[in-house]
Structure formats: C-alpha cells, structure tokens
Design a protein around this ligand. Structure first.
Ligand code: PLP
Length: 393
C-alpha cells in the first residue's frame, strides 16, 4: 500500500471536521471537581412517571421483547394519530407517522430523506446543535438564521426571507433550545409564508411541546402547507423519558417511507421497551406531565427574577427548561467563559457558542435543578461578572 494512503486520517468526510459538543466538554471537566452546581445538562431531573415504569415491567415479564416493525408498532402509531389530532391539530393517519429512536433520529432521518449533497438547510442561530450536525452529516449546507434576543429570541424574518432562495429545507424549533422562546401563531404563519413562496420543505422540531408557560404551543403543520411539513415530537422531555429513546414524526407518506428505510439501516427499529413505555404514557394520567411543567415554571420564575436583578437577563423564556444569560462582560468567547465559571465559581453551564456563533457572550442555563440551586448558581455567575467589571481597566 502506498504510504500516503496509509498516512491518511482514518476518519473522513463530515465527521472528520465535526467538533465535540461544548456541553459534553463541560460535563467531562466538571466530573473531576467538587461542589459544582450543575446547570449544563439538557435533561429533566425528574424520574419517569411510575405508571409508565410499572406498565413496562408488566409487559417485560410476559417475555415478548422482540424487534418491532421498523416504523414502530401499529398500536403506538394509532395512539399517536389520535394524540396529534387532538393535541396538535394534525390530521394524520398511522401511515403518516413513524416512531423513532428519540427525536434525534426523527430529525436525522427526516433530513437524510429531504437533503441531497449541497442542499441548503435553514437552521436557527442559536439553535440545538443536533440539527446543524445532522445537516452536515448528510452533506447539506447549514444556513443560519438569527433568533433575536431583543425580540424574545423570535426569528429574524427578513434575514430568513433573504436566505430562503438558497435553501431547500427550513428547520425550526419551538419551544426552542437553548433560548426558551415559543414561536407565536403569527410568527409561524409568516415562516410558513416564506416556506411557501420559496418552495421549501419545513421540518419542525417540537420536542418541548409539553413545557410551555403562559402561552400556547402551536404546531406549524396545523396552519396549512399540507404535504410539505415534517413535525418531530418526543417523549424525552415532557414525560421525563430521555433514556427510553422514543420519539416520532408526522410526515407526508413518501417522506415517512424514506425515513423508515433510513431508520431500518441505522437501528432496525425503535426499542420495544421504549414503545411500551410510550403507550403507557399516552394512555395513562396526564397529571405527572402537568406537575413537571408547573415545577419548571416555578424555576423559570426564579431564574428570571435572579437574572433580572443582576442585569443578566436576555429574554424571558416562555417554554422548555432553559434560559440564556448575558455574560458578555466576561468577553465574547463563551467556551472560555464557561470554563472560567466552572473553575472559579464551580458553576457548570453550556457555552452559548455550542449553539452557533450568535451564542457569543452568552451561556445557557438548564433549569433541570431545584430553584434554590438555580438561584445560587445565578448568584455565582453574577459575582464573576461583577468581579470582571471591578478589575477591567
Ligand atoms: C431541540 C431538540 N430537539 C431534539 C432533541 C432530541 O431529543 P430526544 O432524542 O431525546 O428525543 C433535543 C434534545 O436535547 C433537543 O433539545
């Protein structure tokens, strides 16, 4: 073999250039430290509701733990068809639903189905890094549109319109990670108008739909544009079921078929256990979901009050369990800021730039910790910011 071939890097293509997630980096770094307040992790701190766990245990004892259809069981897809009709205003029979290994695989298989090499995909900035990475892995081109803090982190629609001519897919996320923004009906109608005028396919990531405060969650697919919207949901966040790995998408039938094929190639099928858990979640009481949402609201209120008091508030989150903090007094490099906050203040947060260049000078706080922890952590961040103000020339 030629030396040059042997010396070539083993990992090639888009993954060779992929950057490690800034959030993982914080988690690794904080694992070695004591007394750290953890606000970096993007998952609920509540256990999965007991009735879900019990239903799965009962089913497992019967022993039929097997592969399922690669698109998910018919029973679950029928339940989901009822749920999306009643809760989201999406009129989709079970043939238009695919159950996936988490919302992550729904987003990935949707983009793998819709994007050819070089196609532009509009992604929010700041936004969940999973979307950006998925676009890159399928050889698409991420085209970032800004979410504006001064506008409650709603999208810059003028910029979106200007970029749309170069795109094939519009990816959006509401309620939004990392900003906590919830897009209102009129914003979604205008986004749909941009998609329609430019012949885009819409991929709407609505995995935080259950965690919305003092407003409503609107599914963009319920507003029209029949046949060109893919909507992604998940059991992870609202039901505190991250580890069960079960999400789903509502899509046009031809897209569902392509997504099923992609999923079959990657994991064969979603996990049987996860699907049993999802059935129990859908057919059981909703109280646990509502109780968790109320607790997130309390934490959001605590965080907003503390951020405002210290002059660090960028925009009031209206959903999810995240809030952005303005730490620009510490500089622009949010990776460096997050490292400093961890080492000097023992607070672990996610660097804003882990979510795109627009995250410079900010960090994301995850409110998946009790209110007193959230308050104490914000106090420590404020101390660092005050310290910088005192020592800067
Ligand atoms: C915006 C967004 N979409 C999708 C996901 C994927 O979640 P899961 O695969 O657990 O459903 C996440 C997880 O953090 C997220 O924040």
């Amino acid at each position: 073999m030629e030396d040059s071939r042997r010396d070539a890097p083993l990992v090639r293509g888009p993954l060779a250039a992929a950057r490690r997630s800034g959030i993982r980096e914080m988690m690794d770094l904080s694992a070695a430290l004591e007394g750290v307040l953890h606000l970096e992790v993007g998952e609920p701190d509540f256990p999965t509701p007991a009735h879900v766990v019990e239903a799965v245990e009962r089913a497992q004892r019967e022993g039929q733990v097997k592969y399922t259809l690669s698109r998910g069981t018919l029973r679950l897809r029928e339940l989901l068809s009822e749920k999306v009709r009643a809760q989201n205003g999406l009129d989709a029979p079970s043939e238009r639903i695919v159950v996936t290994a988490g919302g992550t695989l729904a987003v990935f298989t949707a983009l793998a189905s819709l994007v050819d090499a070089g196609d532009g995909v509009l992604v929010p900035d700041p936004g969940w890094p999973g979307a950006d990475l998925a676009v890159t892995l399928v050889h698409g081109r991420p085209l970032r549109y800004r979410l504006l803090p001064e506008d409650g982190y709603l999208p810059d629609l003028e910029q979106l319109e200007a970029l749309a001519g170069d795109a094939r897919v519009l990816f959006l996320n509401t309620p939004s990670n990392p900003t906590g923004a919830v897009f209102d009906r009129s914003t979604l109608e205008r986004m749909l108008g941009i998609a329609e005028r430019n012949g885009l396919v819409v991929v709407a990531d609505e995995v935080y739909e259950e965690i919305v405060f003092d407003t409503e969650h609107v599914s963009i697919g319920s507003l029209g544009y029949e046949g060109r919207v893919v909507t992604v949901f998940s059991f992870s966040k609202g039901y505190a079921m991250t580890g069960w790995r079960v999400g789903y998408a509502v899509a046009p039938e031809e897209v569902v078929e392509a997504m099923v094929q992609a999923q079959e190639t990657i994991v064969a099928c979603p996990s049987w256990t996860g699907q049993k858990a999802a059935e129990a979640a859908l057919t059981g009481p909703r109280e646990p979901v509502l109780a968790m949402r109320d607790e997130y609201r309390r934490r959001r209120d605590t965080a907003v009050a503390a951020l405002r008091e210290h002059g660090l508030l960028l925009a009031e989150p209206r959903g999810t369990f995240y809030a952005m903090a303005d730490v620009s007094a510490l500089g622009a490099d949010s990776f460096e800021i997050a490292r400093r906050l961890l080492l000097e203040q023992r607070v672990a947060v996610a660097p804003g730039e882990a979510f795109g260049p627009a995250g410079a000078g900010t960090v994301r706080l995850s409110l998946a910790s009790p209110p007193e922890v959230v308050e104490e952590a914000i106090g420590r961040i404020a101390r660092a910011v005050r310290g910088a103000a005192v020592t800067s020339p």
